[in-house]
Design a protein. Structure first.
Length: 276
């Protein structure tokens, strides 16, 4: 029986890296892609098959799909869209170009890669497309508007794609993690410094007393935080189970917020979110 293959994005650290190692240990052939060639070289030295894929570079997406299918002889069993970043800040302070930039990586690039992989999966008659969303694809949170917008858009896109792929052998799945141990906060700092002019914001005092402290200070683990291997366990079920679920929650906050969103009117849910 041929070894099954998966292409994973955003593998330089965190969720992507943990999933790459766990699936390789499980017997999958893993193509662990990164935006930086330097990170790819590090992963190669660590025993993973890695090559460059930058969601903002269509040529790199095409090259990555071509490389993966060349190595397998033209097949690809699964895709895990994972690479993403955040631009923290109040929406009134977020330039439209900043919103465009995050959508290029977190949304449009995912769509481009998915569209390039679907013909491969159609030709072989099966496949799994797994999208790493977030609890912030279910409920909003202040200061996270740009990231929330990309995840809300991803949720809708993925729901429609799941329906449209029902007459094929391709199954489409969402994974929705809450707080996961990663470099996500640290990676958001340069994005914040690039796009948000907080000193000239009418909310400057709120930035100083709230967001800046959370962004720049390492406060240790969130009380509900799980290691990235928790996502890897759900990904494994999503790609190996004959009947994968449409959605997989990861971490307690996602289960709680998923339930509250269904049960509560919006003002009541807003009140709970405001309290943190």
């Amino acid at each position: 029986m041929a070894q099954k293959s998966i292409l994973i994005t955003g593998c330089s650290s965190g969720i992507g890296l943990a999933c790459a190692h766990d699936l390789k240990a499980r017997g999958w052939r893993v193509f662990a892609t990164c935006r930086s060639q330097e990170d790819c070289a590090r992963l190669e030295a660590d025993g993973l098959e890695s090559f460059r894929l930058d969601y903002t570079d269509v040529d790199s997406i095409s090259a990555a799909v071509a490389e993966a299918t060349a190595r397998t002889g033209g097949t690809l069993d699964a895709l895990f869209n994972n690479g993403a970043f955040a631009v923290p800040g109040a929406l009134e302070d977020l330039p439209t170009d900043g919103l465009r930039a995050i959508f290029e990586t977190n949304f449009f690039g995912w769509h481009e890669l998915t569209r390039q992989v679907i013909p491969v999966m159609r030709a072989q008659g099966h496949g799994r497309i797994v999208q790493c969303s977030s609890v912030l694809g279910l409920v909003p949170l202040k200061w996270r508007g740009a990231y929330v917008a990309t995840k809300y858009a991803l949720e809708g896109l993925t729901d429609v794609l799941r329906l449209e792929m029902e007459d094929t052998g391709i199954r489409v799945v969402l994974i929705e993690p809450g707080p996961i141990t990663s470099k996500f906060r640290v990676n958001a700092i340069p994005q914040f410094e690039r796009w948000i002019d907080w000193r000239n914001s009418p909310r400057a005092e709120q930035y100083e007393t709230s967001l800046l402290q959370r962004l720049y200070q390492d406060r240790g683990k969130d009380r509900f935080e799980l290691p990235p291997e928790a996502v890897a366990a759900k990904l494994l079920h999503a790609i190996e189970n004959p009947r994968p679920r449409p959605r997989y929650y990861v971490t307690t906050p996602t289960y709680i917020m998923g339930a509250l969103r269904r049960l509560l009117p919006t003002p009541a849910l807003d009140a709970i979110i405001r309290k943190g």
